[in-house]
Every structure is written in structure tokens, then in C-alpha cells.
Write a protein that binds this ligand. Structure first.
Ligand SMILES: Cc1cc2nc3c(=O)[nH]c(=O)nc-3n(C[C@H](O)[C@H](O)[C@H](O)COP(=O)(O)OP(=O)(O)OC[C@H]3O[C@@H](n4cnc5c(N)ncnc54)[C@H](O)[C@@H]3O)c2cc1C
Length: 472
């Protein structure tokens, strides 16, 4: 038997942010390695919460996940410390009362988080640990030593780095040193949703670590057909895990370990996890993308789109059924399939000629899985201003996309029920249907369903002119 190593500190705080779980948890493992006793803390960040609507699924998801976590900690004789305020004040305050010599937390690559952590680090001893990604920005560079600007070579380098590395090893926090519950009494403030000023929502997705792992396990069966099914919104062919990755209720290492174990047939899913890391990497190296185009030649691009078209896009009333179905689904559930995200983003920027930043902000408000890095990356990719190997003239035809990826119209019929009686052929473009067929299906264009707000082929030319004229 080996001798237990003496610990460096007596007490540590483990500050949770994007890691709302207990298993495979690097910061918790590190805190337990460093200190005799660890208290686990979460701060509802007032700077973020104050801009959210009072009914917000994300907050509800976090809240439910924390309730589960608190229950697990209590079963181990400890409890979760929860506060609501500015972390720059709250973390040092909790550390002082608990007597923590060190605060350990998972690294966060967003500009706001980096500033916040730097400020906290001025006040307490703060150790940050990689947990949210398998490889972070400081680990992957091209052969010339610069950060990657394109996905494919990044993904190759990512996979090369993985082989023989310990990056996917499971973190095994020693939970025997969790601070006893009694020592944490009085540290938390009331944290029911109502105490935070929020209401419960109708969450269609189960929150928490247990539900996340269950979903990951259920996906293993679907993963065999992922390559074939992943692009069809009417098929439940993807993992639906993005929310769990966003809030860390599933460890990204656990997901990647399983993806690797799926074998070569299922490499496609691993590639998607790498897309997520690519965008985190991009945001880390280029924080300016939050406000500006990644490609500098598009910085001064002026989008001529009009307000009425913006409103039609938001409301799912553009006259393009696939776009409208996707937007209505987002508005009602906070979810949109990846294929649809690409279609509506291309439509907004290249058919309606509206600035991608407006669409990006709309998604940020609505998406349950909103993640700054992936959302910004996805929008800039669609708008051709971002990190994309393809040139700007890749413009999605919304009608062809509709026929190809919703061939029976099952998705459109679900979200645009006023078109449900149209034939499969007419459903994708009601404005091309014969008057008699519209009549039989009970569709009156301009009344029960809108005419298309723009002509795709006219707009495509305008988009090409706009994008080709802008490079300096
Ligand atoms: C305009 C636009 C905006 C987007 N905004 C977000 C966002 O705010 N948050 C978010 O998590 N994803 C975003 N994505 C990426 C993608 O649409 C979602 O991650 C995916 O739909 C989630 O479904 P899933 O978990 O079933 O994915 P799966 O197909 O099961 O993929 C597994 C995981 O890989 C990651 N992933 C898959 N595709 C992408 C991608 N294109 N880019 C980055 N990561 C990816 C996700 O973490 C996902 O959970 C956006 C894509 C576009 C085109």
C-alpha cells in the first residue's frame, strides 16, 4: 500500500460553472488532491441573470441540475453552497468564511469568463483546470506554430494528439474529503427559482447528470445509424446532448471515450465533438469574433435586408415552409436541429440579406443549448464571414434543402399544420402548387399561409454581389 501524500492545503473550494456533475470531474479531483477538505460552490451570476427573461429554460435546466447535485452531495454527508450575486464578490466571501486556501475551477474560454476569472484571481488563490474540452487552445497548433483557421486540419491534429495521450482518462475525484454539511450551514442563500426571480418552465429535456448519462447511453444504439440519419430533422437521429455538454452534466471525456469505442463506422460523431472544440479554440485565440467577422475583409459589409423580412423570419412566416417550420420549432421549444440551423442561418444572411449578428443574438436568446463559441462559429460559417474552407458562393437553396432533408414533409407538417393537407411535392413550395390543389388542401396564399417574402434566385444574385464586392 502506498503512503497517502500530504496535502498542500487544508481547505479548498471547488467552484462549479460548466461542470454540473460529480463524476469524471477534473476540478473536483484537483481540489481533493490539493486539500484535506473541499466545499462545492455554485454562484448564480447576477451579471448574466439580469439580462435573461423571467421564464428561461436554461436557468431552469441549471437549477434542476443543481438540485440533483445538492442531493448527491447531501447523500455523501456534505451539501452544495449556492449564492446569487457577482462572483467577483461572492467567491472571495465564501472562501473567507469557509477558510479556503485555494479555489479550483474549470477553465472557461469566453471573454467575459476570462475577465471574471482574472478579477477573482486577484482576490483569492485561483487554480483553473481543463475540463470543458479534451484539448484546449494552448495545446493544438499548426506545423507553423499558429492556431488553425480551418476545421479539417484542426481535426487531423486533434486526432493525432489524442493517440497515445491521457487526455480522455477519467477523472476520479476522491469524495471522502467533502466538507461535512454542518460546516457549510448558513453559507448558502435561498435559491429556489422564485428566490432568484425566475419561474419554472416546461422543460422537455430532463436535466442533471443522471439524465445526461442515460441519454448518452441511449444514443449508443442510435449511433450506428448516425451517419445516415443525422441530417433529417424528422428523425431522432442525433444525440440531443448539446445542452448537457454546455452545462457539463455530461463529461466531454466520457462522450469522447464512447465515441472512440464506437469504432471507425461512428467516427462521424467524434468529428462533431471536434467541431465543438474547434469553435472553443477559435474563440480562445480570436476573442474579437464576438463582435467582428472572423475574416477581416467582411468587417464593413453593409447588409441591405429590411425590417419586415426580419420579423417574418423570427415569426416563421417567410413563405418558405422549411424555414418557417424550423423557426416555429425554435420559438416553441428552444431547440432546432443542426440541418435546420444551417438552413435558416443561410436564409437570413443570403436570402434576406440581414446581418448574421441579428440571427446570432436571436439564437442566443432562444436556444436551450446556447453556447457562445458554437453559436458564433455556426453563424459566421453560414454567413461565409467565418472559419470556412468554402468560399462565399456556397448558398443553400431552401427548396432543395427542404426536399432533400424533409422528403416526406413530416417535419414541416408538424410545425406548419396549415399546410398539412398539401401533397408531399407541393408542401415544400406552396407558391408553385396549382390553384385547385391549394383549394383542396384548404390553403389560401396570402391568407392562411404567406407568399414567399423574397425570390430565392433574385436574392442569391444580390448576395453574391454583396459578398464578392466586399473584399478589399
Ligand atoms: C447557426 C448555428 C448555430 C449553432 N448554435 C449552437 C449553440 O449555440 N450551441 C451548440 O451547442 N451548438 C450550436 N450549433 C451546432 C449544432 O447545431 C448543435 O450542436 C447540434 O444541433 C446539437 O444537437 P445534438 O446534441 O443532437 O448534436 P449531435 O449531432 O449529437 O453532435 C454531438 C455534439 O457535437 C457538437 N456539435 C455538433 N455539431 C456541431 C457544430 N456544427 N458546431 C459545434 N458543435 C457541434 C455538439 O456539442 C453536439 O451535442 C449551431 C449550429 C449552427 C449552424
Amino acid at each position: 500500500m502506498g503512503l497517502a501524500m500530504p496535502k498542500t492545503f487544508s481547505r479548498a473550494l471547488c467552484w462549479l460553472r460548466r461542470d454540473l456533475r460529480l463524476s469524471d470531474h477534473r476540478p473536483l479531483e484537483e481540489a481533493a488532491r490539493l486539500a484535506e477538505q473541499t466545499a462545492v460552490v455554485f454562484i448564480f451570476d447576477r451579471n448574466i441573470l439580469s439580462s435573461l427573461p423571467r421564464v428561461d429554460r436554461r436557468l431552469d435546466f441549471i437549477h434542476r441540475s443543481l438540485k440533483e447535485l445538492d442531493g448527491k452531495l447531501r447523500a455523501l454527508g456534505s451539501q452544495l453552497v449556492v449564492r446569487h450575486g457577482d462572483p467577483v464578490e461572492e467567491i472571495p466571501a465564501v472562501a473567507a468564511v469557509f477558510g479556503a486556501d485555494v479555489v479550483v475551477t474549470g477553465r472557461d474560454y469566453e471573454p467575459y469568463a476570462r475577465e471574471r476569472d482574472a478579477a477573482v484571481g486577484q482576490l483569492v488563490r485561483l487554480e483553473t483546470v481543463k475540463d470543458h474540452v479534451v484539448f484546449e487552445g494552448s495545446e493544438i497548433f499548426s506545423q507553423s506554430g499558429t492556431p488553425f483557421r480551418v476545421y479539417s486540419p484542426y481535426a487531423r491534429a486533434w486526432k493525432a494528439l489524442l493517440s497515445g495521450s491521457t487526455a480522455l482518462d477519467e477523472a476520479e475525484p476522491d469524495l471522502s474529503g467533502l466538507a461535512p454539511s454542518a460546516s457549510l450551514e448558513g453559507l448558502s442563500r435561498p435559491w429556489d427559482l422564485a428566490d432568484l426571480g425566475f419561474e419554472t418552465t416546461e422543460l422537455w429535456l430532463e436535466a442533471g447528470e443522471d439524465a445526461g448519462l442515460k441519454r448518452l447511453t441511449a444514443f449508443e444504439k442510435k449511433a450506428k445509424r448516425y451517419k445516415e440519419d443525422r441530417d433529417f430533422p424528422a428523425i431522432d437521429g442525433t444525440s440531443g446532448l448539446s445542452v448537457h455538454f454546455r452545462f457539463g452534466t455530461v463529461s466531454i471525456r466520457e462522450a469522447a471515450r464512447r465515441a472512440v469505442s464506437f469504432g471507425p463506422n461512428h467516427e462521424k460523431w467524434l468529428n462533431e465533438l471536434i467541431w465543438r472544440e474547434f469553435y472553443q479554440d477559435l474563440l480562445w485565440h480570436h476573442p474579437g469574433v464576438v463582435n467582428d467577422t472572423f475574416q477581416p475583409q467582411y468587417r464593413d459589409l453593409v447588409y441591405p435586408g429590411v425590417e419586415a423580412h426580419w420579423q417574418a423570419w423570427c415569426d416563421g412566416a417567410t413563405g418558405y415552409p422549411i424555414v418557417d417550420a424550423a423557426m416555429r420549432c425554435l420559438n416553441a421549444t428552444g431547440w432546432m436541429h443542426n440541418r435546420l440551423r444551417m438552413i435558416v442561418a443561410s436564409f437570413l444572411t443570403k436570402d434576406l440579406l440581414i446581418d448574421y449578428r441579428r440571427g446570432e443574438a436571436y439564437f442566443a436568446e432562444k436556444l436551450l443549448d446556447f453556447d457562445l463559441a458554437s453559436n458564433n462559429g455556426g453563424w459566421q460559417w453560414a454567413a461565409s464571414t467565418g472559419a470556412d474552407a468554402q468560399p462565399y458562393f456556397r448558398i443553400f437553396n431552401p427548396l432543395l434543402q427542404s426536399v432533400k432533408f424533409d422528403p416526406t414533409g413530416a417535419f414541416i407538417r408538424q410545425w406548419v399544420p396549415e399546410l398539412a393537407e398539401l401533397s408531399d411535392a407541393d408542401l415544400h413550395a406552396p407558391f408553385k402548387a396549382k390553384p385547385m390543389d391549394l383549394l383542396v388542401a384548404g390553403v389560401t396564399l396570402g391568407e392562411t399561409y404567406p407568399y414567399p417574402v423574397v425570390d430565392h434566385f433574385v436574392q442569391k444574385e444580390l448576395a453574391l454581389a454583396m459578398l464578392s464586392g466586399s473584399p478589399k
